[in-house]
Design a protein around this ligand. Structure first.
Ligand code: 13P
Length: 286
C-alpha cells in the first residue's frame, strides 16, 4: 500500500525502530526494495535522489509505475524525493504524486533553511505528503569535493531543535558522524550519539541517519536506540548489484541480459533485508 512517511515514522518513533529508506534509480531497483520489504514484512521507503532522477529517469516517467508497485505491495511503501535542493523540481515531484519529499536547503543559513522548508511543509500538506529536511552536512566520500564529515559539519542540536519547532517538518536529517558514499576498506566512522539524544529529548521528533552504508552494525543499533527512525542506504545496495554483475559476467560473458537485470536486483535484496533486520523494522508492517 502506498503511504506518506508521516504515519510510518510516527509508528517507528512510538515503537523504537527505524524504517529503511533505500535509493533506487529505476524500476528494477525499486522492485527489489519492495520485494525485500514484503519478504521481511517491513514498511519501506523508496528514496529517489533528485540529482539521479534528473539525470536518468525523471519524475514524470518514473513516479507512476513505482506508485503502482507500491499500491500492489503487501506492506506500507512511501516514495520520497531524496535531497530535493531544486525547489521547482521538488514541486513537480509533489505534482507527480510523490508521497514524501526531502527539502534540502541545508546549504543556506539556518534562518533561510527554515523559511524555505516552512513553505514546502505548507505546500506538501495540500498534497497529503510528508516533508523531511536537513540541518548540518553529512558530506560525501565520492566526487571532486569528497570529504568526510568533520567538526564543522555536525548538526548543532540547539539549531536543529529550533528548526523543528519553527517548521513543523515530519522528520529531520542530522549529521552526527556518517558520510554519504563508500568508506575506504576497514574505515568505520566515529559517531556522536549525544547530538541525536539531545534533539530527541527536546523535540521527540523522528530523526534521520543519512549515509547509512558502512555505518557498522553496532553504530546502527545504537543510532536506533538513541532515536533515529529513518535510515538511508544507497551505496551498499548498489555495490551488491554491481559485484553480482561483475562476478556473473566474469564467469559467463554470454549471460542472458534480461535475466542478468532480474538476478542483479535479487542480489541487492539480500542487503536490503539485512538492513531491515538491523533497523528493527522486520515484522513492523502493521
Ligand atoms: P549511502 O549511499 O552512503 O548509503 O547514503 C545514502 C543516503 O544517505 C541518501 O540520502
Amino acid at each position: 500500500m502506498y503511504e506518506s512517511m508521516k504515519g510510518m515514522l510516527a509508528k517507528a518513533n512510538a515503537e523504537g525502530y527505524a524504517v529503511m529508506a533505500i535509493n533506487a534509480v529505476d524500476l528494477e531497483m525499486a522492485r527489489g526494495i519492495i520485494t525485500a520489504a514484503e519478504q521481511m514484512n517491513a514498511p519501506i521507503i523508496i528514496d529517489l535522489l533528485q540529482d539521479q532522477i534528473k539525470r536518468y529517469f525523471d519524475c514524470d516517467i518514473l513516479t507512476q509505475p513505482i506508485i503502482k508497485m507500491a499500491q500492489a505491495a503487501h506492506v506500507p511503501v512511501a516514495i520520497n524525493l531524496d535531497h530535493g535542493h531544486d525547489i521547482a523540481h521538488l514541486k513537480r515531484c509533489l505534482h507527480e504524486g510523490f508521497s514524501s519529499v526531502m527539502c534540502d536547503a541545508s546549504a543556506l543559513s539556518p534562518e533561510e533553511n527554515a523559511k524555505v522548508t516552512r513553505g514546502i511543509v505548507e505546500l506538501a500538506q495540500t498534497y497529503g505528503a510528508s516533508v523531511e529536511a536537513e540541518v548540518g552536512n553529512m558530506g560525501c566520500s565520492v566526487g571532486a569535493d569528497a570529504h568526510f564529515t568533520d567538526d564543522q559539519m555536525y548538526t548543532d542540536p540547539d539549531v536543529a531543535i529550533k528548526f523543528i519547532q519553527d517548521t513543523g517538518v515530519d522528520c529531520l536529517a542530522v549529521s552526527y558522524g556518517s558520510t554519504h558514499g563508500d568508506y575506504p576498506e576497514g574505515y568505520v566512522p566515529t559517531f556522536h550519539f549525544d547530538i541525536v539524544e539531545k534533539i530527541k529529548a527536546s523535540t521527540g521528533a523522528p530523526l534521520v541517519l543519512h549515509g547509512g552504508s558502512g555505518t557498522g552494525d553496532e553504530n546502527m543499533r545504537r543510532s536506533v536506540e538513541v532515536g533515529i527512525n529513518k535510515i538511508n542506504v544507497g551505496t551498499d545496495y548498489m555495490i551488491a548489484q554491481r559485484e553480482f554483475v561483475a562476478k556473473t559476467l566474469a564467469e559467463d560473458p554470454g549471460y542472458n541480459w534480461p535475466q542478468l537485470l532480474q538476478d542483479s536486483w535479487a542480489a541487492g535484496m539480500e542487503v536490503v533485508k539485512r538492513y531491515i533486520e538491523l533497523s528493527g523494522s522486520a515484522n513492523k508492517a502493521f
